[in-house]
Every structure is written in C-alpha cells, then in structure tokens.
Design a protein around this ligand. Structure first.
Ligand code: ZN
Length: 268
C-alpha cells in the first residue's frame, strides 16, 4: 500500500517500508529471515527507478526486523545506528535461538541467517538523500529496545516508528530495553518532528496523532502505577487494576493488558 508520496508499505509481520527516490530506494526492516528479505528486495526493485541504489535499515535488532539481510543483493548498503548494532552483537544470536524455538516455520525461515556488519554505522543521526526524498535516521534513546531507530521521510513528514509509536497497541519493553520514562523522553523528541503520517511495525498506519496517543497512554499507565506503588499496592495487583482502568478509558483498543508495563514502571 502507499503511505505517502515517497513511502510504500508491505503490511505483515512486521510492516515493512520502502522509500522511493529518483536515484535510490531504502527498505526499512528485512522481514523474518532471508526468504522474506529477498521478497522485500524484489518489491523494492520493482518500485525503484532504473540503476537505483538500494539502502537497507532496521528499526531494531529483533529477528523479524533485522534477520533477513542475507536475502538482499550483496550491493545493498546496510545502515544502522551504533547502539542498535551493539545490541545485535550482544543479544542477536540469543534472540534468534528464542525465535527459532517458537515454531517449525520460524525455525525454517531463520535457518540461513547471516548477519552482516553495517556498511554505515552512525551515532544518533544520519541523513540519506534518495533524490527528491530525504530520509533522516534518528536514535533518540531507549524505548522498546536500547537501539530503536526512528525513520523520518521528508518532504512527506512520514514517520516509520518501529515499536516506539504504535496504533492502539500496548507498549512492550523488551529484555534489556529502556524504561517507561526513557520511552516518554523519546516520544517528546518524536513529537517535535511534527509527523503527518505514521507507519508502525506491528499495527495499522495512521496520522500524526498517533504520537500524542502513545504519549497519553504511557503517561496514564505510568502515573497510575507510580500512585499505586506509593500506596504499597503489590505490582501484580496494580497490573490487574490498571489494565481494567485502561479498558474503560481506551475502549477502542483490542487489548489493554498492561501488567508487564506496570512492572517496568515499578522497576524504574
Ligand atoms: Zn521488537
């Protein structure tokens, strides 16, 4: 589907973005394993002008986002931020094993994973001119993981938000990720981008209001969790109570189980 003038998406697990310029294209995320990576590369080639360069970046190091790079042509330019690459070096193999253990299909899809070292590694910001569209790659701090990358496409004002801004989806902090407070700090920086379109990786695309919705939800859960902690309520009871409260307040959300997120607030 088309998200904005220069941004296309393959909807799935996860949603994958393809940003198209006049001289180059960029894929955001690889899909789960090389076979999915090859499919994305094929779609990118179809959308690209002749002789276009192909860039690849990843929102974070988890396998459905980053373990398919071996399916891309060898000439693909892989670019990601340093914190994400450090996480990949430290936890990449272990999380791959966890994912392989989840089903026979995932085991097969993740059989020939060969994780590449990035061609370009940056600290907290990089900019890639694709011709008529500029991609800003940004690391704003720790949220879902330590190394979450935000991708902002200009002039479209399209944010490819990974797990950091989702649509009516309870936030999830992965093992070794940030805290609710660091996540909020990241969201404050994202809000300054003034996005017009948001493409999350595991939920439906929406407009820029998704950013404020994410801030409101995390703030609500965190404020209540801190209050219940102060009253000495055990964390499991607080999780149940706040999940029920959020269900009443966020009626359109399919699931408001925030037990894990409440644990993260208690642990801040
Ligand atoms: Zn993830």
């Amino acid at each position: 589907m088309k998200v904005s003038d220069h941004v296309w998406a393959i909807m799935g697990f996860p949603n994958v973005a393809i940003i198209v310029g006049t001289r180059a294209v960029m894929a955001v995320d690889t899909g789960l394993g090389p076979r999915n990576g090859a499919t994305i590369a094929k779609v990118a080639a179809r959308l690209a002008p002749p002789n276009a360069k192909l860039y690849l970046t990843t929102t974070h190091f988890h396998p459905e986002h980053a373990a398919g790079d071996a399916g891309f042509p060898a000439s693909t330019i892989l670019i990601r931020n340093k914190v994400q690459q450090d996480e990949m070096n430290q936890q990449g193999k272990q999380v791959l094993e966890t994912f392989r253990g989840r089903s026979a299909q995932w085991k097969e899809l993740l059989a020939d994973v060969n994780l590449r070292t990035p061609d370009i590694e940056y600290l907290d910001a990089a900019s890639v001119d694709l011709g008529g569209a500029t991609v800003r790659l940004l690391w704003f701090g720790e949220a879902h993981t330590k190394g979450d990358e935000l991708i902002f496409v200009e002039p479209d004002r399209t944010l490819i938000s990974g797990d950091v801004v989702q649509n009516k989806t309870v936030p999830n902090i992965a093992a070794g990720g940030g805290t609710p407070l660091t996540w909020l700090n990241v969201l404050d920086k994202i809000a300054m981008l003034n996005a017009a379109h948001v493409l999350p990786d595991h939920s439906a695309p929406g407009d820029g209001s998704l950013v404020q919705q994410e801030i409101a939800f995390i703030t609500d859960v965190r404020t209540r969790a801190l209050a219940l902690k102060k009253q000495g309520i055990p964390v499991d009871d607080a999780g149940k109570q706040i999940s029920a409260e959020m269900k009443t307040k966020y009626t359109e959300w399919p699931n408001t189980n925030v037990a894990n997120f409440v644990k993260s607030v208690y642990a801040e």
